[in-house]
Write a protein that binds this ligand. Structure first.
Ligand SMILES: Cc1ncc(COP(=O)(O)O)c(C=O)c1O
Length: 406
């Protein structure tokens, strides 16, 4: 008899208690645990169901516009003269980012569980708009919590959420950013879990959220792998690059390549204004083990253990934590971590617009900036695949006002 093949990474993690090695678990108030257990068991059952998969595929094709293409950045690759850069165009998703991949999944799960409402936090507003869209499509109410600062900075996304029928709640505690939006949304869910489902914005939070978000985002990596093999007559990329806040676009993209040890996986964190605590949001680079939003992971902390202030020009990266699976991949050395400053992000934003005709989200511009640096250090025989996680329409007013036209 042939021995059973080695289980894949995603089959091995999380374990039955929701842990990715020492990270993850369910560190959430006990009164909400039955609701999370109901979510886990419904998800485990439905993920096998052809009806569920059919409804998901229908939304992915018709509503979202999947599959998104893999595209060669020929002009910038030629300018750099080193490794060649390819992008997975998640910016071409309906609503402009990868977030909708897991939002349609959560909306469908809510429908099947008999819930009537979706609740979530949002940073840049991309997750909120994607969720409001999925809620409208599946006939659900939607409540989105957003940091007060982001409500001002990303006002076009606030208007879009409201147009789509969602209620936007401004979170004004502390730094009035993504962490406070998450605190506020979790509090609201704890009061409404009987008729509402929390549709978390990233691969963070208590079990089963990191697993469910990863699985719904895995479509990115699966498609990208097939497309890349077909473009290159059967070669895998040498490097795969994604920006990271909680890790939803990174885990989705890595899913297609994680079991190929020859593919180097890079996570790009926001260095913001400097490497001083409070001036960046580079959690894996400078954080330490801690618990945030119901999971054990790596957290940027003050000396007394409270989550640190964080900063980045990209609202969607302003978060002092990271998903537990990302923390494990970092601890085991499977991913390599890089940092990109606000300044490098803005110049890449302009470069992409002027030379490739693509205005990237400021979050995604972190991954692109790093890929350009990496390309300049690697030979032209190598290929880099970047998750272009979102488009920059939401950032245009902010960039024009603060940096001009480049
Ligand atoms: C376009 C885009 N990319 C990346 C991110 C970062 O989130 P994650 O690490 O979950 O992919 C965000 C978050 O708002 C985003 O809007």
């Amino acid at each position: 008899m042939m021995p059973d093949p080695k289980p894949s990474h995603s089959q091995s993690y999380p374990d039955t208690d929701g842990y990715f090695g020492q990270f993850g678990g369910n560190h959430y108030p006990p009164e909400v645990r039955p609701a999370l257990e109901e979510l886990r068991s419904t998800y485990e059952e439905l993920r096998q169901s052809p009806d569920f998969q059919h409804a998901l595929d229908k939304a992915r094709i018709g509503l979202q516009g999947r599959p998104t293409p893999v595209h060669y950045l020929e002009n910038i690759s030629n300018q750099v003269g080193g490794a060649r850069i390819f992008v997975k165009r998640e910016d071409l998703n309906h609503t402009g980012a990868h977030k909708i991949n897991h939002c349609v999944g959560f909306a469908l799960l809510a429908k099947k569980m008999g819930k009537t409402k979706l609740i979530a936090e949002t940073g840049a507003g991309q997750h909120g708009v994607a969720l409001a869209t999925a809620a409208a499509y599946f006939g659900l109410e939607c409540e989105v919590h957003m940091g007060g600062v982001d409500v001002g900075k990303q006002s076009s996304n606030v208007g879009r959420m409201q147009l789509l029928g969602a209620q936007v709640v401004s979170a004004t505690a502390g730094q009035s950013a993504l962490k406070e939006a998450s605190d506020s949304a979790f509090d609201s869910y704890a009061k409404q879990h009987e008729h509402a489902l929390y549709a978390i914005g990233s691969a963070i939070g208590p079990h089963p959220f990191p697993m469910i978000v990863r699985d719904f985002q895995a479509v990115v990596g699966q498609e990208a792998r097939e497309q890349f093999l077909s473009i290159t007559d059967g070669s895998l990329p040498d490097h795969v690059v994604a920006c990271v806040a909680g890790g939803s676009n990174a885990m989705g993209m890595y899913s297609g390549f994680i079991d190929d040890s020859e593919v180097v996986l890079h996570a790009v964190e926001p260095l913001g204004k400097s490497d001083q605590l409070g001036q960046h949001a580079a959690t894996l680079s400078y954080g330490r083990p801690g618990t945030l939003h119901g999971a054990r992971s790596v957290v940027l902390q003050e000396d007394d253990g409270t989550p640190a202030q964080v900063s980045s020009v990209a609202s969607g990266l302003v978060y002092p934590g990271i998903g537990p699976e990302m923390a494990l991949l970092h601890e085991t050395g499977r991913i390599s971590v890089a940092r990109i400053s606000d300044e490098e992000v803005i110049s890449t934003f302009f470069r992409m617009a002027k030379f490739e005709g693509i205005i990237p989200a400021l979050e995604s511009a972190h991954a692109l900036a790093f890929a350009i640096q990496l390309a300049s250090q690697r030979p032209s025989s190598e290929r880099i695949l970047v998750n272009l996680s979102g488009r920059g329409d939401k950032d245009v007013d902010y960039v024009l006002e603060n940096y001009g036209t480049g």
